[in-house]
Design a protein around this ligand. Sequence first.
Ligand code: GDP
Length: 211
Amino acid sequence: MSELELPNNWYSRFEFKLGVAASKQLPPDVGTEVAFAGRSNVGKSSVLNRVTQRKALARTSKLPGRTRELNYFEYDEGIYLVDLPGYGFAKVNEAMQKTWARLLEYYLRERRSLQGIFLIMDIRHPLGEFDQQMLDYARTCGIPMHILLNKADKLSKGAARNVMLQVQNELIGPGESCQLFSALKGTGVEEARQQLATWLFSKEKKSPGEL
Ligand code: GDP
């Protein structure tokens, strides 16, 4: 990553840009973006805040209404972090859930700007049903995936390593990787930022369907 010359603290430059509730509201599909996904309560907001060194960046995503939107944070024109809605919490009716699922599916399938997905998991409950669905979807659509095993501080070092090895065993593609993370302690933040920078700024863009 040393070949990328980025401004100091580049990761703290993201600002909320817009919430997308329907595919027609998506920004023009011409830039680069990286999405953050995870079930609710895995610590996705805490991870986003830690990676961007912004105490309350992701609070925006939790405002009423925004939990049903793809929330865009802009670095520079056309360069975005996208916070995907968390799943498994809101007591919403079935029709609404279908609307989200459709938007998410459309986004993952069609979005050419999407360079990769950070999939956040709670290290104590890795690879749940939602995670498997995201992995399967990413594989089908040819989207690279980097898994953050968050809350690593909740386990001993040895136990955390064991979970990481187990998860690594499930990863099959060259575009799939995982690491330990703790939004609370800051563990793994540099590694995560490097992955983010590679996806957002590396000159070699992924072609559709290529990992
Ligand atoms: P989200 O719903 O996925 O956005 O999760 P939040 O960021 O709101 O975090 C959910 C809960 O997990 C909060 O109580 C956080 O303080 C806690 N949490 C998040 N990350 C960590 C972590 O790395 N370690 C520990 N111990 N707790 C965490």
